[in-house]
Design a protein around this ligand. Structure first.
Ligand code: CO8
Length: 373
């Protein structure tokens, strides 16, 4: 019987970071210019005055202090308010393949594997920059991997759902080594002119190697005991821009074309769903909460994580039990729980249990119960 394990994880972090102060200053300058340009319409009540943002609100409401951006240029430019990513020729590596490759190479080193030992590449993230050829196939080609690759999207649960596919392939013996990559290039979809959401997201790429325990040569590896997925349709987190925009004459800058959400409802509805999901999942392994040494939770909002942990443990977690990375990385869509895993797993002892869990748009929840080898 095959025994799927996580044998390596790699993290690529952009060079550019943007603080809350920088972001709020740029947004406020843009909002004040807008208000002054439209003062007559605002006075007449035909358009609303743009409210101002504060760095203090952002940190208090979300726990986010800064975020990384593939390209800072443009985001803080009040005449642009979006990153500047020039188009590349078909002969050049795409941006998403570039950041995916950077993370993939690190994951292969961590797993002590060469590209020849991988036969499946999955690129799983919230957005891919084109429909085809798949970013995964571009990465497969760049690494010289024999086999196949495909892209998949499940918003914030793309990474965990991608890991589920890898687990199943290794378990079934249809793959020997799977590279799952999450190049979360979120900044092109952020509406930096929306006070309620301009601060939420950051760019990053994570890659993970899954293989059978029999082939594992890595120092830190984790048996995947099982995976659990759930989805429930909700309109509370949406992004409507897609390929039909060309024929529906949709404005790519319209509010509903970009990421938008009803944050309060998401908070209220997703926390109990995620808690229940996690409890059911660990119970499948007859594990009580006290038997799980680490909780690598989705990183959207620090208050959500604190609430879920209090519901699970009946108390606050210490920093080691449920690591937080969103202060520095912000919400990196599906990559968050894996960044937390990347930064906080080497200190665990053989036999320790942990849980990786994502929750977000869809709604979608994905979890893995793992055990240090
Ligand atoms: N500065 C100052 N004040 C502000 C700001 C700001 N930037 N924004 C809002 N306020 C004000 C509001 O106007 C409001 O004022 P008042 O009380 O006078 O009406 C007050 O502050 C409180 O506002 P909210 O009720 O909106 O604030 P919350 O405390 O609810 O916090 C959050 C807002 C942080 C958004 C919070 O609701 C939250 O995090 N909810 C959970 C959301 C979540 O997890 N969403 C997941 C989305 S991500 C996902 O699923 C992946 C999608 C795919 C990736 C997309 C990539 C682009």
């Amino acid at each position: 019987m095959k025994n799927p394990i996580i044998s390596g994880i790699g993290l690529w972090t952009p060079k550019n970071s943007i603080t809350n102060e920088e972001l709020a200053t740029a947004y406020n300058a843009w909002a004040e210019a807008f208000n002054s340009k439209h003062s007559d319409e605002i006075e007449a009540g035909s358009i609303s005055k743009k409210p101002l943002s504060t760095a203090e609100f952002i940190e208090k409401a979300s726990g986010i202090k800064s975020r990384f951006a593939y390209c800072k240029d443009g985001i803080l430019d009040t005449s642009r308010m979006r990153p500047r990513l020039p188009a590349r020729a078909d002969s050049e590596l795409s941006v998403q393949a570039e950041i995916a490759l950077a993370a993939a190479r690190k994951a292969l080193i961590a797993a002590n594997k060469s590209a020849e030992q991988i036969d499946v590449v999955i690129v799983a993230c919230s957005y891919t920059q084109r429909a085809y050829p798949a970013i995964a196939i571009e990465v497969q080609h760049a690494l010289g991997i024999q086999g196949f690759g495909f892209d998949m999207q499940v918003a914030c649960s793309s990474a965990t759902f991608g890991l589920h596919r890898a687990y199943e392939m290794i378990k079934a013996g249809t793959a020997t080594g799977v590279l799952i990559i999450n190049p979360e290039l979120t900044s092109p979809q952020v509406n930096y002119c929306d006070r309620d959401s301009h601060f939420i997201f950051g760019d990053v790429a994570v890659a993970t190697v899954i293989e059978d325990s029999a082939t594992c040569q890595s120092e830190h590896s984790y048996e995947i005991l099982s995976t659990k997925a759930a989805t429930l349709f909700s309109n509370n987190i949406r992004s409507n821009f897609g390929y039909t925009a060309r024929v529906s004459d949709t404005d790519p800058f319209a509010l509903d074309a970009l990421f938008h959400q009803n944050g309060r409802k998401v908070f209220k509805e997703v926390c109990p769903m995620a808690t229940e999901h996690i409890l059911q999942h660990i119970d499948q392994h007859h594990l009580a909460v006290k038997n799980v040494q680490r909780w690598w939770l989705h990183q959207a909002n620090i208050n959500m994580n604190h609430l879920i942990i209090r519901k699970l443990l009946g108390r606050n977690a210490n920093k080691n039990e449920a690591p937080i990375v969103l202060d520095k990385y912000a919400n990196t869509a599906s990559a968050g729980s894996l960044i937390a895993f990347h930064q906080h797993h080497k200190d665990l002892s053989s036999g320790d249990h942990g849980l990786i869990c994502s929750f977000g748009a869809g709604y979608s929840i994905g979890s893995l119960v793992i055990k240090k080898r």
